[in-house]
Design a protein around this ligand. Structure first.
Ligand code: MGD
Ligand code: MGD
Ligand code: SF4
Ligand code: MO
Length: 680
């Protein structure tokens, strides 16, 4: 026993996943093996607990699915058959092929593809310097928050959100398009504390999600109907002088334009478009007026439709009319923290680029690999699993199956994308890496060091791309620096860090709280920043938050064939498609309203095909009043079943979603998808 105790020790780390909570994690290590992961008690926001996904992370870390060595494809594309090769061979082959493609077709024929599998700033962007040097096509990283970010920026400029901790003293918390109990679990304790003191939680969402089920009040809104709802509430507030006139006068511009628009329309129109009755809109406005301590937590999912950025613009305008940007006890509005910003050039090496090349929106990967002029000939994927997470994913698979495409995948486990690799390379996890992690749902930042040696021959993104750059014959200083050197250079430029905290201290594990949050009105005042209700810009973007068109939902050709709307929000046990390896063969369920189930002759618990003009996907039917008539809800990006139990080949849920873009920022429209049901 004593011997065992001596061998057990703990080391701190930080969760690398794309989750607003960015938790402090404690790894317990025994004889060189990690035996458990738990929440860091010293991290004020994590407060000692982590979600069940990450408590189970070691299953992934030590999984037989883990990729441990470089491998070369021997089977058909997508078959997933490989033979082991050495890193030296792999790097040489990779460098040769990329340089050949560049020589024959130009740098634009190479597409680097990455997203947020690893949120560490250095590793996330580690491929950029090499690809700038190579002069490849550039990737617009839009798949998650591009539309919401653009909408926020249009109204709020560089204003940060308010600290989530403020919510603990709120009397009214509004979860607007965010499933807190699933995708932001560390916000929930603040909700609980506030409710103990008498606060009410209102959830505004198209379906009664887990958070709505635990709320005091659930408001069922149409998908994309949030602008109408926010403006409807604002109209009622204006009628009863329920806005914060002092804040509007002192710290905003352009309110008169918005006021004229809102007061010039009928409440009935806002009710019809939002799907929320006039009575409920009035009730919400009354509740807000009587509780100045209101905190609005806005999700990102709300922006994944043709009116998505506008929804963010309208809700933030409502929040500004209420003066919530001034923060203060129990008050606030939070979409994304925006707490820290360093000089990205240090991470991306953009100045290495000597030729200007095309940009490809990552949402259009399927198109880029199939129909686009000037075809992509080499694809390098890291930090992402596009065969599962991209919209219209059958077009992605179709592209990945091309014999004339050279595909490199740097991955931790054998994902649906990895199966299509020509060259498959092993990636480390956060437990084997050095990096800095900044939260986007809170205002903390910290550095995590490796807690164990890399498994097998796995390399971090940083080490892989440094080695590949040298194999390509590039000799710039940046390709010779160590991860620690790059991290140090980056941290030295980080805005939001209090002046008395040094870089070495941060690298040694000091957790930093940002100086940038709108914690109180003083921060807003001292920064000299203002909220702009009317923000002139390029046409066709309207200067104020206003009603706009509903995209696919009003396309008569589609409505005639595919009468149901589908949304595909997160699942509690998956992080986008990460952890899919644990649920292979499972296709997940779909919520169907009883009236729709009756119409399409679907029985509860039966397998059902969801289909549209882009593809089809099989799920298990859950007939329930938790969604409304006409709206299907399929949680989770389960991996593509190669073949389901009855032998029907079908894709993942993203075979149904669209590559078309949201209203701003080039963001995705995952939650705007017309489908039909086929009973089986
Ligand atoms: N467990 C788990 N946690 C996650 C993730 C995960 O996959 N699993 N993903 C992570 C990532 S990358 C992100 S970006 C965040 C995303 O998390 P969120 O910001 O919460 O966004 P979504 O989950 O897409 O959607 C949240 C809610 O918005 C609702 N919604 C959809 N359309 C509309 C609309 O038009 N109006 C309104 N009012 N609501 C709408 C959905 O029904 C859903 O309940 O979560 C992160 N956390
Ligand atoms: N239908 C629908 N589709 C969606 C969404 C939705 O709500 N509905 N959500 C969208 C959103 S919000 C997002 S953010 C995207 C997410 O898209 P992705 O960022 O692709 O997310 P993941 O599915 O988590 O895949 C990340 C992959 O990176 C790998 N990885 C992790 N760490 C490392 C590393 O250090 N190095 C390398 N090389 N690989 C690593 C993981 O093993 C994993 O396979 O999906 C989007 N897709
Ligand atoms: S996924 Fe989110 S909640 Fe879970 S440990 Fe990571 S940061 Fe925390
Ligand atoms: Mo995301």
């Amino acid at each position: 026993m004593i011997e065992k105790m001596e061998k057990l020790h703990t080391l701190k780390s930080i969760c690398p996943l794309d989750c607003p909570d960015t938790c402090g994690i404690v790894a317990s290590i025994e004889n060189g093996k990690i035996v458990s992961l738990s929440g860091d008690k010293d991290h004020p926001y994590t407060n000692g607990f982590i979600c069940r996904k990450m408590r189970g992370y070691l299953d992934r870390f030590y999984s037989p699915e883990r990729i441990l060595f470089p491998q070369l494809r021997v089977g058909r594309k997508g078959e997933g058959k490989f033979k082991r090769i050495s890193w030296q061979e792999a790097l040489q082959l990779c460098a040769e092929r990329l340089l050949e493609v560049k020589k024959e077709y130009g740098g634009e024929a190479i597409l680097p593809y990455s997203y947020a599998g690893n949120m560490g700033a250095v590793n996330r962007l580690a491929g950029y310097p090499l690809f700038h040097k190579l002069g490849t096509s550039q990737l617009e990283q839009t798949i998650c928050s591009a539309a919401s970010g653009a909408g926020w920026k249009k109204q709020c400029g560089p204003l940060a959100g308010c600290p989530p901790e403020n919510a603990a003293d709120a009397r009214l918390i509004i979860a607007w398009g965010i499933n807190i109990k699933v995708s932001n679990v560390h916000f929930w304790p603040y909700v609980r504390q506030a409710r103990k003191k008498g606060a009410r939680l209102v959830v505004i969402d198209p379906y009664r999600n887990e958070t709505a089920q635990a709320a005091d009040e659930y408001v069922q809104v149409n998908i994309g109907g949030d602008t109408a709802l926010a403006l409807g509430i604002l109209q009622v507030l204006l009628e009863s002088d329920g806005v914060d006139n002092q804040f509007i006068q002192e710290q905003t511009t352009g309110f008169a334009d918005l006021k004229a628009y809102v007061c010039g329309r009928e409440l009935a129109e806002f009710a019809r478009i939002s799907g929320v009755s006039e009575t409920v809109i009035r009730m919400l406005a009354r509740e807000i007026v009587k509780t100045p301590k209101t905190f609005i937590r806005i999700g990102v999912g709300i922006s994944r439709n043709s009116r998505g950025a506008m929804s963010i613009r309208a809700i933030s305008s409502l929040a500004a009319a209420l003066g919530l940007f001034a923060g203060g006890t129990g008050r606030g509005v939070l979409l994304s923290a925006g707490a820290f910003k360093g000089e990205t050039e240090i991470l991306t090496g953009e100045s290495l680029r000597t030729e200007s090349t095309r940009s490809i929106n990552m949402i259009h990967l399927g198109y880029a690999l199939t129909g686009m002029e000037q075809p992509v000939k080499a694809l390098v994927v890291y930090n992402s699993n596009p065969a599962s997470v991209n919209p219209d994913s059958s077009s992605v698979r179709f592209g990945l199956a091309r014999d004339d495409l050279f595909t490199v995948v740097h991955e931790q486990v054998m994902t649906p994308t990895a199966r299509f690799a020509d060259l498959l390379l092993p990636a480390t996890t956060f437990l084997e890496n050095l990096d800095v992690y900044t939260g986007y749902g809170h205002f903390y930042m910290g550095v995590a060091k490796p807690v164990v040696e890399p498994a097998g021959e796995a390399k971090s993104n940083f080490d892989f791309f440094q080695a590949l750059a040298l194999a390509c014959g590039f000799n710039d200083a940046t390709f010779h620096e160590t991860c620690r050197e790059r991290l140090k250079r980056y941290l030295a430029t980080m805005g939001g860090v209090p002046q008395d905290i040094g870089v070495e201290e941060i690298i040694e594990g000091r957790l930093v709280h940002s100086t940038k949050s709108c914690a109180s009105g003083e921060v807003l005042k001292s920064s000299g920043l203002k909220f702009h209700f009317s923000s002139p810009g390029y046409a066709p973007e309207p200067p104020i938050a206003c009603l706009t068109d509903a995209g696919e939902f009003v396309d008569p050709d589609l409505l005639a064939r595919f009468p149901l709307q589908l949304i595909t929000p997160p699942h509690p046990d998956l992080l986008n498609s990460t952890f899919g390896e644990k649920y292979q063969g499972e296709c997940g369920s779909v919520l169907i309203h009883p009236d729709d189930a009756a119409r399409f002759n679907v029985k509860d618990g039966a397998m059902v095909i969801i289909a549209n003009n882009r593809g089809r996907s099989t799920r298990k039917a859950t007939v329930s009043q938790n969604t409304k008539k006409g709206v299907l809800v399929a949680e989770g990006l389960f991996w593509i079943p190669v073949e389901d139990s009855s032998g029907v080949a079908a894709g993942g849920i993203n075979d149904l979603t669209s590559q078309k873009l949201a209203d701003m920022g080039g963001g995705a429209t995952f939650h705007e998808c017309m489908v039909t049901l086929i009973a089986r």
